[in-house]
Design a protein around this ligand. Structure first.
Ligand code: PMP
Length: 421
């Protein structure tokens, strides 16, 4: 008899039968609040009727039409629709299937367009698991363990993770930018640097929002030295943070935006957006793939974009995100083992630490497991896996947020022994 490989290790024992909105129902009929959303994917909720209908209709018409041979209507329409929501001027699109592939596509484009070898990534960043994307990932050594040598030309600068440094935001930001300049002077001269790859909120790295001074500092340096600013919106895009794009909180204009996850409500689809002028600098034949821009995924993405607009999900993410952050902070304030609660929109993390500020990984894991037993599904993140994160679908209701906060409060009280209410 075949068995699951250890590679398919689950964070919870739940075997799902079906999903609806922000809830999952297991094979025994039990309801779970899904504050993972398939790692930030099912933004419109599980099996939104409009997404289901669009995919069903498309399956009956055309499943796969490879774009090097034929073009199809869902892809053409999706390009047009994305043009309405993407930052001005980023009107040229390329599609792939996963976030990692989008990262790789942008890496190739950056090197080809600038003819420079290096990229700078930011500590705690997560960009994926293909070899290049794993090399660019610094949110934990586990992501690139055991398959060295990794790719060359990747250099790491600090991210303003103020809580980790024990500094205020401004000090952490000045430090990060000063270190970046030092990196330019010591290991990757600006003229050798093709691109910065940065997340507006460190996702897998611990739910740490960037800030205006930091991203503006990157933009200024990018402009001064002809470096491309690639913003990885794979986890933060499509309303997740309470604005359509995470970087919109921080007043910067990117050169390249990476999209995936929330784009197609669970159907595999990713992409990169850049100006037509920049995209034209990709070398012919070096970008592509059999499945990118799949017709059913594109149809699901079109329906997803409609739902985001029609149901005002960006505003809902802002409102419910505020409610969630405030509630999680109240619980954190009463819990000495929770050192920091932070986030942006519907990305909220609670960082577990010991009395002297060391990561309390086992406690965070215990809390995640205990919450799952009580019907609240969440994941951990951070280099030490000591941050419990909440990332519900954007359709989550005020009542569901309250319910989740109630379960979280009980969970934290149970695993720490501190009263939280
Ligand atoms: N970038 C970011 C910011 C991500 O959060 C992820 C996935 N967690 C990726 C890239 C990689 O995406 P995928 O797993 O689809 O390759």
């Amino acid at each position: 008899m075949a068995q699951l490989s250890p590679l398919l290790k689950q964070a919870t024992p739940v075997v799902v039968d079906h999903g609806e909105g922000a809830c999952l129902y297991d094979v025994e009929g039990r309801r779970h609040l899904d504050f993972t959303a398939g790692i930030g994917v099912t933004s419109t909720g599980h099996c939104h009727p409009k997404v289901v209908a669009a995919a069903r209709e498309q399956i009956g018409k055309l499943i796969h039409g490879q774009y090097t041979t034929v073009m199809h209507r869902p892809l053409l329409e999706l390009v047009e629709r994305l043009g309405e929501v993407l930052p001005a001027g980023l009107d040229s699109l390329f599609f792939a299937n996963s976030g990692s592939e989008a990262v790789e596509a942008a890496l190739r484009l950056s090197r080809q367009a600038t003819r420079r070898p290096n990229v700078i990534v930011f500590q705690g960043g997560f960009h994926g698991r293909t070899v290049a994307a794993a090399t660019m990932t610094t949110s934990g050594t586990r992501f690139s363990a055991g398959f060295s040598p990794l790719m060359g030309g990747v250099h790491v600068a600090p991210f303003p993770y103020a809580y980790h440094y024990g500094w205020d935001e401004q000090t952490a930001t000045r430090f990060a930018l000063r270190e970046l300049d030092y990196l330019f002077a010591t290991v990757s001269a600006p003229g050798e640097t093709a691109a910065f790859f940065v997340e507006p909120v460190l996702g897998e790295g611990g739910y740490v929002p960037a800030n205006t001074e930091f991203l503006t500092g990157l933009r200024e340096r990018a402009d001064r030295h002809g470096i491309l600013l690639v913003v990885d919106e794979i986890q933060t895009g499509f309303g997740r943070t309470g604005k359509y794009w995470g970087h919109r909180h921080f007043g910067v204009h990117p050169d390249v935006v990476l999209i995936a996850k929330g784009l197609a409500s669970g159907f595999p689809l990713s992409g990169i957006a850049a100006s037509a002028e920049l995209m034209a600098k990709a070398f012919p034949g070096s970008q592509g793939g059999t499945y990118g821009g799949n017709a059913v995924s594109c149809a699901a993405a079109l329906a997803t974009l409609d739902v985001i607009e029609e149901e005002d999900l960006v505003a809902n993410a802002a409102a419910r995100g505020g409610q969630l952050l405030e509630g999680a902070r109240l619980i954190g304030d009463k819990t000495p083992e929770i050192g920091d609660v932070r986030g942006l929109g519907l990305m909220v993390g609670s960082e577990f630490t010991t009395a002297d500020g060391e990561p309390a990984t086992a406690l965070a894991q215990a809390a995640q497991q205990e919450a799952a037993r009580r019907g609240l599904l969440m994941l951990t993140c951070g280099a030490y896996s000591n941050v419990v994160r909440m990332i519900p679908p954007l359709v989550v209701t005020a009542e569901q947020v309250d319910e989740a906060l109630g379960l979280w409060s009980e969970t934290v009280a149970a695993v720490t022994g501190n009263p939280t209410s």
